[in-house]
Ligand binder design. Sequence first.
Ligand SMILES: [Fe+2]
Length: 261
Amino acid sequence: MLKLLYVLLSECAESTLRNFRKLAAKSTPVDPKIMNDLKVDGVSVQEDFLTSQQCDEYIAKIEKIIASGSSNIWKDSAGADNRIYFAETLDDKFAEFFETPKIRQILSRYTGTEKPKGMLLASRITAKEGNLGSGGGWHRDSPISHQFKAVCYLSDVTANNGPFQFIKSSHTKFAVLKAYFNKLLKVGSNRFTDLEIEKYCSEEEKEVVSFTAKKGSIIFADTKGIHRGKPLTEGKRYVLFCYFWHNEIPDHFNSLKQEEA
Ligand SMILES: [Fe+2]
């Protein structure tokens, strides 16, 4: 009960702080459909954000960095997921993507964060035995704070090569608190089993959406909503992820930084 009260108070504080930030931020023009999708569903997709040629150039850069073995690359235990965190510090083209004005404008409108701390993650995940998919299973990036992430597919993504999956409208404060009151999810938890998710979706009538899309598509998501990368059964998937925070990059990302040139 005390834990639930703490969560309730934290949710109220989070709302107040974010709304103040939004009021103070300069108003930037953003496609109203994207803002409405984010508010209602927690997720929005746009095709052709990058051209096929741009995607191929980014893939070539990722392959080159992984093959060289000279950068700081995180791998999962199955050896399926290869993640180049802080890729923007390795290459000007990655830095250019990370600073794309349109992404920053949506971030600012949605969270009120105008000068974020963050990083670009460039990743390649392959269909190896035992892979859990990108993100290591169902989770919220934060159980309390609304977070904005941009996920750009560099290769075509089908149902089999690891689409981003999101439970529509699981990001709202109402949905979060209702799942606690109905004892479907543990209070304050941010990692979930497949069984918990199955039960949550059936009892709360929620829908898991798999974002299959062609290369160059971008997904804007509030990653407080429950999401994962679906485990791959074939092929591979290349993605660029923009991570943002209002204050500081959490300490646990320190060991994933690239060495200064
Ligand atoms: Fe995540």
